[in-house]
Write a protein that binds this ligand. Structure first.
Ligand code: CTP
Ligand code: CA
Length: 228
């Protein structure tokens, strides 16, 4: 990393980042999960740390190494991720890059579900808390800059703008996850940065590490311009 010894415009700032999937248990051996490697969220955390931020990375189950110089809190479920984020506040910056499972099984079975001849089980689902929307609620604990991700497959910009408004965040990184882009699990990403104020920026087909660096640089610019 060339920037490791470079300028530290985010020194003194605390950045909270979520990354990876969540796992929602069905029983002791099975779970529901989203498709996410954590590569993009971890890259954002690493890039924010390179710019001098104190970084707390709340990560679901991933196979990646912990980024250097970052405090990593490991969780499994969406509810644990929300609790870990709430415990890490206050923060100046919140970046929600995790692929949080929208639903969980309402009542996790205490024992392994068995094929007992009566047919497949019916799973009753409950909605998980929305971590991004929760941390976007105005108040003294709200991070000064809240950035969400939106994985979309068609009409990427329109869906992302709607999501920005619905979640109450400041920026959305709209991620084109159409199968042709090979985003999931891959090392590259095609994104648009959409801000409440300002024109969208398109960053097509970049290494995820570079997307992380550009996002961290945009965040540093935001604070440098006194909009904190
Ligand atoms: N997110 C979150 N908590 C959730 C769901 C999503 O923090 N329970 C965050 C993600 O980390 C991401 C953003 O919200 O930054 C958008 O996630 P996405 O799944 O695209 O949005 P949803 O509101 O869940 O809408 P959809 O129906 O498209 O899945
Ligand atoms: Ca979702």
């Amino acid at each position: 990393f060339a920037s490791r010894d470079g300028p530290k415009p985010l020194a003194g700032r605390h950045a909270l980042v979520t990354s990876g999937p969540t796992h929602e248990p069905i029983d002791p051996v099975r779970y529901i999960a989203n498709r996410s490697s954590g590569k993009q969220g971890h890259a954002v955390a690493a890039a924010l740390a390179d710019l001098g931020a104190r970084v707390t990375l709340v990560s679901g189950p991933v196979t990646l190494p912990d980024p250097a110089g970052v405090r990593v809190v490991k969780v499994e479920t969406a509810r644990q991720m929300l609790d870990a984020c709430a415990a890490a506040l206050p923060a100046d910056i919140f970046v929600a890059a995790a692929a949080v499972a929208d639903w969980r099984v309402a009542a996790e079975a205490g024992q392994k579900l068995k094929k007992d001849g009566s047919g497949p089980p019916t799973l009753v689902m409950a909605e998980n808390p929305d971590i991004l929307a929760s941390l976007s609620i105005p108040g003294p604990q709200r991070p000064g800059l809240v950035v969400g991700f939106a994985a979309e497959t068609n009409d990427v910009l329109a869906y992302a703008r709607a999501k920005l408004a619905r979640k109450g965040c400041d920026w959305i990184v709209a991620n084109d996850v159409s199968p042709a882009t090979g985003t999931f699990g891959g090392d590259r990403n095609s994104v648009h940065l959409i801000r409440l104020h300002g024109d969208p920026q398109s960053w097509p087909d970049l290494p995820k590490a570079e997307v992380g660096r550009r996002l961290a640089a945009a965040i540093a610019d935001h604070f440098a311009s006194g909009k904190s």
